[in-house]
Design a protein around this ligand. Structure first.
Ligand SMILES: CC[C@H](C(=O)O)C(=O)SCCNC(=O)CCNC(=O)[C@H](O)C(C)(C)COP(=O)(O)OP(=O)(O)OC[C@H]1O[C@@H](n2cnc3c(N)ncnc32)[C@H](O)[C@@H]1OP(=O)(O)O
Length: 253
């Protein structure tokens, strides 16, 4: 299995389980995450939805380049990008707090997944970044749209996107992307984060999350995400993108 979806106290944890590929996202993981989000949305007893990665090397390394490099044209790329962008939008709009438990590097689409969550609990020694620019594309799963919507500083957000480099956890905290940093066991860190909120009735959490969802919708996020997908799909078709992916895939051969 390329994932696990398990109950965790009053929450549920989705674990991307492809450590041999640094938890890269392929169609199978997308479909599993989509199903998990549906189940979470239908579960009135759920208090939290948590997403994390297997192993300590990576939270998620983004799209599976060994699979997605076969997508050559704008028409090829748009359906894959749109599929994951829709899944991340549904993740963001879940009626409960959504927590990214970032216990390894989150790069590319992996950084987009964490950005779509309400909170990011980040291990203090990891690096996260929107490295799509190094492949001559933009974010394509809605990451830029979610980041620009959430962050208080547009200059900081644009700099993260345009530099396309992984940032150290303290920098991510300073930039307002990381909610808090931790060391040691990730589930102990998750408990420390959720415990204070557990003293509040879940109906209060759901009401506050609805306020955030209303702000998303008022901000036109679904349409803005669709436009981001289109922009990425256009850049995807360029030779400079395919050459950059080929260099990554051939780096060790
Ligand atoms: C809109 C989303 C967008 C898209 O879908 O295209 C993206 O997400 S673009 C960005 C795609 N992701 C990347 O470019 C990141 C590539 N990976 C890395 O930079 C590193 O692997 C890193 C920093 C995540 C971890 O580095 P580390 O040294 O710990 O591991 P290795 O690089 O040696 O990788 C181990 C093993 O995993 C394979 N791998 C890693 N990432 C991916 C990936 N995204 N897709 C496919 N395979 C990946 C890597 O090739 C190695 O395989 P091996 O067979 O052992 O050589």
């Amino acid at each position: 299995m390329v994932y696990r979806f398990e109950k965790w106290g009053s929450g549920a944890v989705f674990t991307i389980d492809r450590p041999e590929k640094r938890n890269a996202i392929n169609d199978e993981v997308m479909d599993a995450l989509s199903d998990a989000i549906k189940a979470a949305g239908d579960d009135e007893s759920l208090r939290y939805f948590v997403i994390t990665g297997e192993g300590r090397s990576a939270f998620c390394s983004g799209g599976d380049l060994s699979e997605f490099h076969k997508l050559r044209t704008e028409e090829d790329a748009a359906p894959m990008l749109g599929k994951m962008a829709d899944i991340l939008l549904r993740l963001a709009l879940l009626p409960v707090p959504v927590i990214a438990l970032v216990d390894g590097h989150a790069v590319g689409g992996g950084c987009e997944i964490a950005t779509a969550c309400d909170f990011r609990i980040v291990r203090e020694d990891v690096r996260c970044g929107f490295i799509q620019g190094t492949l001559a594309i933009t974010t394509g799963w809605g990451g830029a749209t979610h980041l620009l919507h959430k962050t208080g500083r547009q200059d900081t957000a644009l700099r993260m996107l345009m530099e396309a480099t992984p940032k150290r956890a303290p920098e991510l905290l300073e930039a307002g992307w990381a909610t808090e940093l931790y060391t040691g066991d990730k589930f102990a860190a998750l408990s420390r984060f959720t415990e204070p909120m557990e003293r509040v009735h879940p109906s209060v959490h759901r009401a506050y999350k609805q306020a955030a969802v209303r702000r998303y919708i008022a901000g036109g996020l679904p349409e803005r995400v669709r436009e981001e997908v289109s922009a990425c799909a256009k850049l995807w078709a360029a030779d400079v993108h395919h050459e950059a992916v080929d260099r990554f895939l051939n780096k060790k051969k």
